[in-house]
Design a protein around this ligand. Structure first.
Ligand SMILES: Nc1ncnc2c1ncn2[C@@H]1O[C@H](COP(=O)(O)OP(=O)(O)O)[C@@H](O)[C@H]1O
Ligand SMILES: [Mg+2]
Length: 318
């Protein structure tokens, strides 16, 4: 478990992390999301004691990183994949870490295998692609079989195979009951990997929720309808509080706030012709864009209207 309490980091006049409080739970993959510069890496560096908090505190399994007896066994981290001596082979690099932490060479071979580095294990790390470097960083993080793993932007530079591999690995580690904490600025990636998301923007926590709840709250599922009677249908569902967005073709509607079944019933009751009726999920990316758009609007001093049918329906009526 990782617990941050009122954690703040300033670099001169710049506040990189601004009073953040969160808990990362075991048995789940927690995605730490935010655009570049949001404060993800700084937060992770503070978790590892690499940056000192300006105020507040963060603990790993209840203790500050510096106070852990065998930190590598408690938390394995990939922060900067380039932190490897370029003329050392992957195997030598891992053996050096292992030797200083009482870990066997057999375990080194195990993580080499696990991370798909067997073929290049004897090659100089300096010549590694970004993807191979990431795998080596992950191998180092897993060496001591830690209860918590923390990866900063692990899929950066990985090919599709590598991305899939990180996803499966994260899932497996979480299923084994470990705490898995990974940062990303790529929403689509996290959607497929995380159970829980912590969203950070400009150093502040914007959301901390199960992935599904976050998506539902910020981008509710919509129903897509195609109907020659679109205008009448739009008025009917809007009168029931749903939000309607009309397509360009005058026949298609995207509706939120009322489910497909209810729309079908309304259409039948009013003898409206439905050519198509289907439920469509929404994505983490949509939820994230909505959330950050709202943030921007609040900052500009305008209330953010997310619900409310009137403006969209006007577009249909024309
Ligand atoms: N050592 C540092 N000195 C000054 N500013 C820093 C330093 N490290 C990070 N920052 C600033 O703090 C903010 C957060 O950075 P970072 O934690 O790297 O964000 P992220 O990982 O989410 O992209 C950025 O504005 C960045 O420029
Ligand atoms: Mg970063």
């Amino acid at each position: 478990m990782i617990e941050a309490r009122d954690l703040t980091k300033r670099f001169g006049s710049k506040t990189a992390v601004d009073h953040v409080t969160f808990t990362v739970q075991p048995g789940k993959v927690t995605g730490f999301l935010g655009p570049n510069g949001a404060g993800k890496s700084t937060t992770m560096r503070m978790i590892l004691g690499l940056d000192r908090p300006t105020s507040g505190a963060v603990t790993v399994n209840g203790r500050r990183y510096a106070d852990l007896d065998s930190p590598l066994q408690e938390i394995g981290a990939l922060i900067d994949a380039k932190g490897v001596h370029p003329r050392r082979s992957a195997r030598t690099h891992l053996r050096a870490i292992a030797a200083t932490h009482g870990i066997s060479d057999a375990r080194v071979d195990e993580v080499i295998e696990l991370t798909g580095l067997t073929e290049v294990a004897r090659k100089k790390a300096g010549g590694f692609s970004l993807g191979m470097g990431q795998r080596l960083g992950i191998a180092g993080a897993l060496l001591a079989d830690p209860r918590i793993v923390m990866f900063d932007e692990p899929v950066n530079g990985l090919d599709p195979d590598g991305v899939m591999w990180v996803r499966r690995l994260s899932r497996r580690l979480a299923d084994e009951g470990r705490t898995v904490f990974l940062s990303s600025h790529l929403m689509s990636e996290v959607q497929q990997t995380a159970d829980h998301v912590i969203v950070i923007g400009r150093g502040r926590i914007l959301a901390d929720a199960p992935l599904a709840d976050f998506v539902n709250a910020n981008a509710p599922d919509s129903v897509l309808v195609t109907s020659p009677d679109a205008q009448r249908l739009a008025e009917l569902v809007a009168a029931r509080g749903a939000t309607v967005t009309a397509g360009e073709d005058r026949e298609s509607l995207a509706i939120t706030g009322i489910d497909a079944r209810e729309i079908g019933r309304l259409a039948r009751d009013h003898q409206l012709w439905l050519a198509e009726l289907r439920s469509a999920g929404s994505t983490l990316e949509e939820a994230y864009m909505r959330l950050t758009a709202q943030e921007t609007e609040y900052r500009a001093g305008e209330p953010a209207v997310v619900q409310g049918p009137a403006p969209q329906v006007a577009a249909v009526a024309r």
